[in-house]
Design a protein around this ligand. Structure first.
Ligand SMILES: Cc1cc2nc3c(=O)[nH]c(=O)nc-3n(C[C@H](O)[C@H](O)[C@H](O)COP(=O)(O)OP(=O)(O)OC[C@H]3O[C@@H](n4cnc5c(N)ncnc54)[C@H](O)[C@@H]3O)c2cc1C
Length: 481
């Protein structure tokens, strides 16, 4: 059986970042990336719906070590995919990937101080195994097999096509067609203005509204700095500016939700004019950042609504009919194509079945340590990004910390590190403090967090920076042997 010091699971944004950090910070260590699909890029390779783009800026979604060089800060999917692939090729990380290897399980042996990682290879799911000293899960947060679609009565009777954005059919021709997009999240607000360019008409059908904020796709200051300064220096300045601005607005929203809510809704009213029913279609029932705030570049959604090419309907679905959707209010919406932008199926560590010395690990009973490892689980970390900022900000820090741990163990002749709960235990809270549907649906399958460090998930880049880059590795909680 092949053995590696580290096995990384997943070759998406975070898996490629992990490869870079391991090569830079732990140069003597061997590592392998196991990727279930046949490509690098994860999310940015999988999602192919029209208009696919980031909804955070690329100066913070990009890696700390590689500048974002394109003019648009809110970037399209293909540019992000190119960025991830180029990073992998530039640093030879692509050579470390084994494609078509879907990891299904991992068994820790205390005697050997190693994981045996079980994977299924190729279309026949041939079982293969590897061993490693440290397992680094970079497998994202949702099920690649398919997205979430609620049961809609009468769906089979619908005469048109029903499409989920996670499995976008490349042959779908929507030019001149009537389209209904069900949903109000990031995917819906991306799809609606893009499809409205060609479709006869697009309806965004939502049960309840989401906070929507417009920002310029291009950051003028960033582009000026990039023209004047060396690429890395400009990138660092803009990254810090965006990190701090993002944190400031998040704090503001949590401290003064009423004022921030009013500010966001006033901005929408200014976009759509006094006659538009902003209270019904753009006023959520929750406070800003109880769920992710949606970003639209250059007001594209509002422009599509103003032009009449797109429309928002806020109502509940009663059933699908042969010609469209019957609503609970008694109204009906006709459609040739229905897009169910109803979300993802959140999955913890890709459903990994793991054990320690033959005993299955029940992750919902475990506490997260620094938002990246789990109580009582040795030599295993997970890259899990922020919900209130760019994913990569946390993943970069997680990689740094994993490398610090590996180096600490190497220099002290130790093989095992295990976060250990205090005897008295810690107060238990849900892993994510977020009320989005996909988070609530997955809550029971997730580990828990505590009320204080190191068991708390802070969702705060500055606190994590202090803890993960500068905090002591030997902190009294992490046990080494
Ligand atoms: C449409 C969309 C837009 C988004 N936009 C933003 C944004 O603007 N800003 C932001 O911060 N976040 C955004 N996100 C969240 C986004 O997923 C992350 O930013 C980031 O791309 C996640 O990278 P990752 O490498 O951790 O996970 P992923 O991109 O999900 O990659 C995981 C990789 O692991 C592989 N894998 C999974 N399970 C296994 C297994 N068992 N065995 C082997 N391989 C496996 C997958 O095939 C995949 O290649 C968005 C998500 C979606 C779906």
């Amino acid at each position: 059986m092949e053995h590696f010091d580290v096995i990384v699971v997943g070759a998406g944004l975070s898996g490629i970042g992990a490869g870079y950090h391991l090569q830079r910070d732990c140069p003597g260590r061997s590592y392998l990336i196991l990727e279930g699909r046949d490509a690098i890029g994860g999310t940015w390779d999988l999602f192919r719906y029209p208009g696919i783009r980031s909804d955070s800026d690329m100066y913070t979604l990009g890696y700390s070590f590689r500048p974002w060089r394109e003019a648009k800060a809110i970037a399209d999917g293909p540019s992000i995919l190119r960025y991830v692939r180029e990073t992998a090729c530039e640093h030879g990380i692509d050579k470390k990937i084994r494609y078509h290897h879907r990891v299904v399980g991992a068994d820790w042996s205390s005697k050997d101080a190693r994981w045996t990682v079980r994977a299924e290879q190729g279309p026949d799911a041939t079982p293969v195994s590897f061993t490693c000293g440290f397992l680094f899960m970079c497998s994202g947060y949702y099920d690649y097999a398919g997205g979430y679609t609620p049961e809609f009565a009468g769906a089979e009777a619908f005469g048109g096509r029903i499409v989920h954005p996670q499995k976008w059919p490349q042959d779908l021709d929507y030019a001149g067609k009537r389209v209904v997009v069900i949903g109000s999240g990031a995917t819906a607000v991306t799809l609606v203005p893009e499809m409205a360019k060609q479709a006869a008409h697009v309806v965004m059908l939502q049960r309840s509204p989401t906070y929507i904020v417009s920002r310029p796709a291009e950051d003028k200051l960033a582009n000026r700095l990039r023209a004047a300064l060396p690429a890395m220096l400009a990138y660092r300045i803009i990254r810090w500016k965006n990190v701090l601005t993002g944190m400031y607005f998040y704090r503001l929203a949590r401290r003064w939700p009423g004022q921030v809510k009013k500010g966001i809704i006033d901005m929408v009213r200014a976009e759509l004019g006094p006659d538009y029913d902003v209270s019904t279609h753009f006023t959520p029932r929750y406070n800003p950042w109880d769920q992710r705030v949606c970003l639209v570049p250059d007001s594209d959604l509002f422009t599509a609504i103003k032009s009449g090419a797109a429309e928002i309907v806020t109502d509940e679905i009663d059933s699908f009919s042969t010609t469209g959707i019957q609503l609970k209010s008694g109204k009906a919406v006709d459609a040739d194509i229905i897009v169910t932008a109803t979300g993802l199926k959140m999955t913890f560590m890709s459903g990994l079945i793991a054990s320690i010395d033959g005993e299955k690990i029940n992750f919902p009973e475990r506490m997260t340590y620094k938002g990246m490892m789990y109580s009582g689980v040795p030599n295993l970390a997970q890259s899990f990004g922020y919900t209130n900022a760019s994913w990569t900000l946390k993943c970069d820090l997680t990689c740094e910390y994993v490398c610090r741990l590996l180096n600490h163990m190497a220099s002290h002749n130790q093989t095992t590190c295990t976060p250990s709960l205090p005897q008295a235990g810690v107060a238990v809270q849900p892993f994510l403090d977020f009320s989005s549907g996909y988070v609530l649906r997955a809550r029971d399958a997730m580990p828990k967090q505590g009320a204080t460090a190191p068991w708390r998930v802070y969702q705060n880049y500055l606190l994590d920076l202090l803890a993960l880059r500068f905090g002591r590795v030997r902190d009294g909680t992490m046990r080494f042997s």
